[in-house]
Design a protein around this ligand. Structure first.
Ligand code: NAD
Ligand code: IPM
Ligand code: MN
Length: 376
């Protein structure tokens, strides 16, 4: 049998991105040797360095090349030398939107050996799945600032499901300056994410999903979310519980294992998934995937962590577990399981000193990566 071959686009990005992606890539290559496949990495050195040198953020031709590849593996983008939003919107969000990666999967799973800030009531650990909507909400990028109190906001937006046209005009009296940012939700946009969450809950043997909402303060957009979510959950025979996002944060810090599958609009999902990452041990173990019907992207949920970049303090486990999600997506189920098992075996070891610095040990990015590599 000829070995299976995959072409994976790789964007290490900024800060700790290249450090953690480097450690994870070695482990995916090793999993390939063990399970009979190989990965060709197509490297794209995009990010702050490239932008500052060339002024280029993400060329259209790169998106065209990536479209035919099997998946995309990304570290993180964002750099203190570059105005916030240029790289984050220009690379990360552009990829999510361009490939219509409408689900952002963020498992919050704890592993034996990882210290948790709040002991879960079940005495075991955390195993929550955040299913975050990934193309709409306040992320669409529609907005603007006033000039002499007046704003004319272009609504032009292209999405896989639809496009939006038109403009909104508004004036603050007395020339007061201000800014607008619009949230968008569409019926099919909500429905496909809720449907995904319902399927995920069913696969986990659960009978309901929990929606993070906030229709008390934002009834137009989140009242609509609740309406569509109720309909979709009923259609698939899944129970639905609706919790205001603020209360959800409150409940989570007291009972971190309270929820199974959490479905969330884009912005609440961003916030709740960082909270759950902290409750499950830390951003350094929190994996993520941006799933669409075309090219999907795999990226840990943490950012470029400029505060620890270049120090060896970055925990590579989030990226390694993200790699396991990537292998699972490729259909390499045994390899995916073996990568997660290697992480669990490493973390479960008695020797606390070898644990990542993030968990109070002395393990660096490379020592942790090498130890996990040795277990494949
Ligand atoms: P961050 O996730 O980079 O860091 C938050 C905190 O967590 C920091 O103290 C950091 O040191 C720590 N941390 C993160 N990952 C870690 C790891 N693997 N091991 C140990 N500690 C880790 O969030 P931030 O500080 O808000 O953002 C920094 C930059 O990253 C910004 O430019 C931001 O826009 C960008 N960002 C990018 C992405 C992405 O590309 N996916 C995601 C979030 C933030
Ligand atoms: C994430 C990040 C991004 C987001 C930023 C960098 C645009 O925080 O992936 O969680 O808000 O989605
Ligand atoms: Mn985030």
């Amino acid at each position: 049998m000829t070995p299976r071959k995959y072409v994976i686009a790789r964007v290490p990005g900024d800060g700790i991105g290249p450090e953690v992606v480097g450690a994870a890539s070695r482990i995916l290559d090793a999993a390939g040797s063990r399970w009979g496949f190989s990965i060709h990495w197509a490297d794209y050195p995009l990010g702050a360095g490239h932008y500052l040198r060339t002024g280029e953020v993400l060329p259209e031709a790169v998106l065209e090349e990536m479209a035919s590849m099997d998946a995309l593996f990304l570290g993180a983008v964002g750099d203190p030398r570059v105005r916030p939003g240029i790289l984050e919107r220009g690379i990360l969000l552009r990829i999510r939107f361009h490939f219509d990666q409408y689900v952002n999967l963020r498992p919050a799973k704890s592993y034996p050996g990882v210290p948790l800030p709040v002991k879960p009531g079940n005495g075991a650990g955390l195993d929550t799945l955040v299913v975050r909507e990934n193309t709409e909400d306040f992320y669409v990028g529609i907005g603007g600032r006033t000039q002499k109190g007046m704003a004319c906001i272009d609504l032009s937006t292209e999405r896989g499901l639809y496009s939006i046209h038109g403009r909104l005009e508004g004036t603050f009296t007395g020339g007061v300056e201000g800014a607008f940012q619009l949230g968008v939700a569409s019926e099919p946009g909500i429905r496909r994410v809720v449907a995904y969450g319902c399927r995920a809950a069913k696969a986990r043997g659960e009978e309901k999903i929990t929606l993070a909402s906030k229709s008390n303060a934002l009834p137009q957009i989140y009242g609509f979310w609740e309406e569509v979510a109720r309909d979709e959950a009923a259609r698939t025979g899944m129970g639905l519980s609706i919790v205001n996002a603020d209360a959800m944060c409150y409940h989570l810090v007291r009972s971190p294992d309270l929820y199974g599958v959490v479905v969330a609009p884009n912005m609440f999902g961003d916030i709740v998934s960082d909270l759950l990452a902290g409750l499950a041990g830390g951003l350094g173990v929190a994996a993520g995937a941006d799933i669409g019907d075309g090219l999907s992207m795999f990226e840990p949920i943490h950012g470029s962590a400029p505060d620890i970049a270049g120090t060896g303090r970055a925990n590579p486990i989030a990226s390694i577990l993200t790699g396991a999600l990537l292998l699972d997506h490729l259909g390499e189920k045994d390899a995916a399981k073996s990568v997660e098992a290697a992480v669990a075996a490493f973390l479960g070891e008695a020797d606390r000193k070898r644990l990542p610095l993030e968990f109070g040990g002395e393990g660096t990015t490379s020592s942790v990566g090498d130890a996990i590599l040795g277990k494949i």
